[in-house]
Write a protein that binds this ligand. Structure first.
Ligand code: MG
Length: 448
């Protein structure tokens, strides 16, 4: 069973007079909302979004979390429509939940706006979410560098927020929880003030999530505190054995790979974990709600675990290669095919038969009537007139008398001829028996 432990900290900062950030840190649902809009409307938008999210998150799946974000959007939108002074209010929303997708416990992460979700894994910090902000779009289009975006005067302009439109797109990710990983949710009051390296250093140094959250907020204030600052740190304290299972699978996979070819050292080919966005556009739910949300998984942590470190999940399956085992198998298959072909040929072409061919017998190579694609061929033509074949053998030669060889076929014909000769009636007594030619002599056909 997966167990999460979350902690949060928030601060108005050193410039703003009110805090329009809101957060949620429950047992299995966490969120950060950063409201926008004058006359406290931003506070209302953020508060409304958080409350509606918690209320609507009843189906504990990634899809259910996406639906809850849509419900939160509807709540903020409807409120703004009902109160003229709140028109134009909106809020970011980044939410994390422990869900059951299928029978598997996963972490679902959803985002609208420029509040962020990070994965902290094995000491590395990776941004999972994409900012829906003007400067980030310019960065993606290549018109700004990340460094320029950090100090751009319009860096706070967001291009997507709850409450701005009746329907919105929600980005969603599904992450596999591994014990020891941390998820960081934050408003831009942190990410604009504290660099990723410093955030990672604080997450490395402070094991307690509450201490880490407070220190991140303190650091943002120290660096200027130009905006409200909100941080939620969620630790995966138990993953229900996922890491151990993954480690066993990796060990088996590695052993198999080493046994197969010995070329790839165990664990050497694993890719480093990185945010799912690096592999392409995150999956989105369309405004009409017809498309499915989810599910880009983060890659598993790399294999270079320190001694005593966490267990490692399995690597992605690698492409199979041609090995000596494959070659042996193919050779075996080829051998079987050759034997089968030889047997068929031997059966179809290895025999001879004697058959009545019109009024005489001929000798053929092959099988009477042919076998498969092998048709019989005549090797000796008219070796014995049919009239000289004993009556008892007529049926056999009409069907074709099969013999194992040409010599056997010749013997069979000679045998028929001899039978005919020995059954000839005794000639009349008026002629001397010793001089009378056998009546069959004239009928004999010279051998071909
Ligand atoms: Mg802000």
């Amino acid at each position: 069973m997966t167990v999460l432990r979350g902690a949060a900290a928030t601060d108005v900062g050193r410039v703003r007079t009110g805090n329009e950030d809101r957060y949620l840190a429950g047992e299995s649902l966490f969120a950060v909302a950063d409201g926008v809009g004058g006359h406290q409307a931003g506070e209302v938008a953020a508060q409304t979004a958080i409350e509606q999210l918690e209320k609507s998150f009843t189906s504990r799946t990634t899809e259910g979390l996406v639906d809850a974000v849509h419900e939160a959007n509807a709540a903020v939108w409807n409120l703004a429509q009902q109160h003229a002074e709140k028109r134009g209010m909106g809020t970011t929303l980044t939410a994390l939940a422990l869900v059951n997708d299928g029978d598997e416990e996963q972490l679902a992460l959803c985002n609208v706006g420029d509040s962020r979700g990070y994965l902290f894994q094995r000491g590395d910090l990776m941004q999972v979410t994409e900012d829906h902000s003007l400067v980030e779009e310019l960065v993606r289009e290549g018109q700004l560098t990340h460094e320029e975006a950090q100090v751009h005067p319009q860096r706070s302009i967001i291009t997507r927020a709850l409450g701005m439109e009746r329907e919105i797109d929600v980005d969603a990710w599904t992450l596999t929880p591994y014990a020891g990983d941390r998820i960081l949710l934050c408003s831009d009051g942190l990410s604009n003030e504290v660099g990723a390296d410093r955030i990672a250093a604080i997450l490395r140094q402070l094991a307690d999530p509450q201490d880490a959250a407070r220190e991140l907020v303190r650091q943002a204030r120290a660096n200027g505190g130009n905006d409200n600052i909100t941080v939620v740190v969620v630790d995966i304290v138990d993953d229900g054995g996922k890491a151990e299972e993954a480690s066993a699978a990796l060990a088996a996979d590695t052993a198999d790979a080493a046994d197969a070819d010995g070329e790839e050292a165990a664990g050497a080919s694993l890719e480093r974990s990185r945010p799912p966005t690096a592999g392409g556009e995150p999956p989105r739910r369309g405004p009409a709600g017809g498309a499915t949300a989810t599910a880009v998984r983060t890659r598993p942590p790399d294999a270079a675990a320190p001694p005593g470190g966490r267990a490692r999940p399995p690597r992605a399956p690698r492409a199979r290669r041609f090995t000596w085992r494959v070659a042996l198998f193919l050779a075996l298959i080829l051998g079987v095919l050759v034997v089968v072909a030889a047997t068929v040929t031997w059966y179809g072409r290895g025999a001879y038969f004697v058959k009545a061919d019109g009024e005489a017998l001929s000798i053929y190579k092959g099988r009477p009537g042919g076998f498969l694609w092998f048709q019989p061929t005549k090797v000796k033509d008219q070796v014995l007139p049919l009239s000289q074949v004993p009556a008892a053998s007529i049926q056999a030669v009409r069907e074709g008398k099969v013999t194992g060889s040409l010599a056997a076929a010749d013997r069979y014909v000679n045998n028929l001829r001899d039978q005919t000769t020995t059954t000839v009636p005794t000639p009349p007594t008026t002629a001397p028996p010793t001089t009378a030619p056998p009546t069959t002599a004239a009928a004999k056909t010279p051998p071909p």
